[in-house]
Design a protein around this ligand. Structure first.
Ligand code: MN
Length: 737
């Protein structure tokens, strides 16, 4: 049972006796765990000492109440401490670092998780509410909350927080009551259901209904109440008949009357459009037994005593629900001809049903949370099973088949709407996702209030705001896959479509300048374009340029056709890219790579003629580069001591099939880190840099970087030129011929 507000914490105003409270919550915990909780209690009390809730009671009592709910969910001492501290970072001067220092990494992580979840809720509360009616949105929010929480205890603490807030909702304005109650019903109760915590789910639902449909709530409550005497007498009769039958059969069983929840009755009335009096299973008993086998024995006895109602039997023991709920459900026409619903389950199944995911650890690990792996497994399974809950959401089910939850990111609009996008989606993708027009007019994007590049990769939980200009101005760069502006093909298609609709003249001009820029960069001439157009099936050069401008044809295609025209037989005529090695399977002595020095001129030594895979050593000669000797070469072994300084480490290069040396010129306003950024780009593409020289003009601070590298083909060259051009401060980058 989850604690009602009135179990330990007094209802209103007066503080509970803290020693009593600590004793209650410390039950079943070690001395040090109890002290840990006590310390959290002291901290929260002093941190919140100035604050009061809307009810007028000290804020600190809310912290205790939440912790008490968490305790009753049988969570560990870290979770209880985190529950006590769950509002300190957001609402007081206490920092997360301080929590980490005092209570350790785990508690800090839990508090941080709850704080972040709270911010999501706030964003929604501050929103205009216009976007919130769609059920898919609630689903996204729930998924967002789950995706954000690395540790399921965060969600449980958040649910406890919400439960206590619902219990004290009457102190808030009616408008906030409505909003919070609706969120509870749409988001938090389904979350509790997903995690299988029935007790929390029912209470959240009943409390929410009380504010959302007070009339029905009170009507059902008073009807339930009005028939209570009669019902209780009847339940007693059922219990005594069952008790006698179980005893006769030698089965140990615990029988309890079970209150039906107001919300579930209300739902049934709504769903079946029937009135209260027609709901026959308002009366219910629950039978708890020791083993699953006994469940079926009890079922047999129940069905033997009374006539069962067809279609009301469910076997969730053999077929557990997606959230692992296990129980037998049946309904019979009991004594006096009145229908009775009977639930039959073992004690263990019962704990699972009441505590949900929390019970999983209780049984598996004795309430300790040391098995991170197990937790993750359960967690993922729960996430994957989410789909069962929304059988109508076909799209979601389909999507789930092809990708897991972790391959999506959930971000929020400034209005608090959740947008669900593929992982890796950029800020610009987001703009296009909101609306095509927003994408076209996008000039900048803010993430959590900070301006970010359009290529910024979004992360779950971030709030994203698009800054738009008046006119649609998509850039042709946006569809260049090398530049990483757009990850989703849908957004790229939208940009391409927009470009296509532009004037033919504009497209011709854009195509021509794009091609010329590319040819210039790659050090190629713009001759033979007529022939290129013909080979690519265009009627003339202008049509080719227009297609380039529209993005239907890529400059890369033109370049590769041009290469074929200019270089019909790569082995003869002056080739445009000269391979510096043959595509040899066997490594030759050309394949030396000198470690740590760059590509110095190397020669195999004549004395020992090293062959690939011989252990080798380099000798720096005077003016003839490095000579490569075998390590056991006698002339190396006989070297004079003062000459040994000239020996350097070398190793056989790995021989790619074919690489081409190229010269790349970069012009940029000099800045620290520029060379590092350039070399990172090369390294990411596994390109070896053979040498680099930089000259900076101290007057205008313009740097000219001259870089030698080996590329595998012209497409790779084009790609890295694109990427280097994107670096900040770079003015121009091109191949030098
Ligand atoms: Mn709170």
């Amino acid at each position: 049972m989850v604690a009602r507000a009135d179990t330990t914490t007094p209802p209103h105003g007066e503080a509970p006796d803290l020693t009593d409270w600590l004793n209650a919550v410390g039950q079943g915990r070690s001395e040090s765990e109890r002290a840990f909780i006590g310390k959290a209690m002291d901290c929260a009390q002093s941190a919140h000492r100035q604050q009061r809730r809307a009810s007028g009671e000290p804020y600190f009592l809310h912290c205790l109440a939440v912790a008490e709910i968490v305790h009753h969910l049988k969570l560990d001492h870290e979770a209880v401490a985190a529950a006590i501290l769950h509002d300190v970072v957001e609402d007081t001067d206490v920092t997360l670092d301080w929590v980490r220092k005092e209570f350790g990494e785990n508690v800090a992580r839990l508090v941080d998780g709850v704080t972040k979840m709270g911010r999501i809720g706030e964003m929604r509360e501050n929103s205009d509410g216009k976007h919130r009616s769609r059920p898919s949105d609630s689903e996204s929010i729930r998924k967002l909350l789950l995706a954000m929480a690395e540790d399921v205890r965060v969600v449980l603490i958040k649910l406890a927080d919400r439960l206590h807030n619902m219990r004290t909702l009457r102190y808030l304005s009616e408008q906030r009551q409505q909003r919070i109650a609706r969120d509870t019903l749409e988001i938090y109760a389904p979350l509790a259901n997903r995690l299988g915590i029935w007790q929390v789910k029912w209470e959240l639902e009943d409390l929410a209904l009380r504010y959302l449909d007070p009339e029905s709530y009170h009507r059902i409550a008073s009807l339930l109440d009005g028939r209570r005497i009669d019902r209780e007498r009847h339940i007693e009769l059922v219990k005594s008949r069952l008790g006698a039958a179980f005893q006769a059969a030698g089965i140990k069983a615990e029988i309890t009357g079970r209150p039906k929840h107001i919300y579930s009755i209300w739902r049934k009335m709504q769903r079946k459009s029937i009135d209260f009096h027609e709901i026959f299973d308002v009366q219910a008993v629950r039978v708890l037994v020791d083993s699953p086998g006994d469940c079926y024995a009890v079922l047999g006895i129940v069905h033997g005593l009374w006539q069962y109602v067809p279609n009301e039997f469910d076997d969730y023991v053999a077929n557990p629900k997606s959230n692992n709920y296990r129980s037998l459900h049946t309904a019979v026409i009991g004594p006096e001809g009145k229908a009775v619903e009977v639930q039959i389950r073992s004690h263990e199944m019962h704990d699972h049903a009441e505590l949900g995911i929390a019970a999983h650890w209780l049984y598996k690990e004795g309430a300790h949370f040391d098995s991170g792996f197990e937790r993750k497994v359960v967690w993922l399974r729960q996430l994957l099973e989410w789909k069962e809950e929304e059988p109508s959401a076909d799209e979601f089910v389909d999507r789930f088949k092809s990708e897991s939850v972790e391959e999506r990111v959930y971000v929020l609009t400034p209005q608090g709407r959740v947008i669900d996008m593929p992982a890796g989606a950029t800020a610009l993708d987001f703009a296009y996702h909101i609306h095509t027009d927003v994408g076209h007019r996008c000039r900048g994007v803010k993430v959590n209030g900070r301006i970010v590049p359009l290529t910024y990769e979004l992360r779950t939980g971030e709030q994203v705001e698009v800054l738009t200009g008046r006119q649609a101005k998509p850039s042709r760069d946006w569809i260049n896959p090398h530049l990483g502006y757009l990850k989703t093909s849908r957004a790229r298609a939208k940009v391409r479509h927009w470009i296509k609709l532009q004037d033919r003249d504009i497209n011709i001009a854009a195509g021509r300048s794009a091609l010329e820029r590319e040819l210039h960069r790659l050090g190629l001439s713009n001759s033979h374009l007529d022939e290129v157009a013909v080979r690519l099936n265009f009627s003339d050069v202008d049509s080719l340029m227009a297609a380039l401008g529209r993005g239907e044809t890529q400059t890369g295609q033109v370049v590769s056709v041009l290469m074929h025209i200019l270089e019909p037989e790569p082995e003869t005529a002056a080739p445009l890219l000269v391979p510096n090695r043959r595509a040899a399977r066997k490594r030759s002595p050309d394949d030396f790579r000198v470690l740590g020095v760059g590509n110095l001129l190397t020669n195999p030594a004549r004395c020992c003629r090293p062959v690939p895979d011989d252990p080798i050593v380099g000798y720096i000669t005077r003016g003839r580069g490095v000579t490569i000797h075998r390590k056991d070469c006698s002339s190396v072994l006989r070297l004079k001591e003062e000459d040994r300084d000239r020996l350097i480490d070398v190793e056989w290069g790995d021989s790619p099939d074919k690489v081409f040396p190229v010269h790349i010129c970069i012009t940029a306003f000099d800045r620290p880190g520029l060379l590092r950024d350039v070399s990172t780009i090369l390294a990411n593409d596994r390109i070896s840099m053979l040498g680099v020289s930089t000259r900076t003009n101290t007057k205008d601070m313009i740097a000219n970087m001259d870089l030698q590298a080996e590329v595998t083909d012209i497409a790779q060259l084009s790609r890295i030129l694109d990427r280097i051009a994107q670096l900040s401060n770079v003015i121009e980058v091109r191949r030098k011929v």
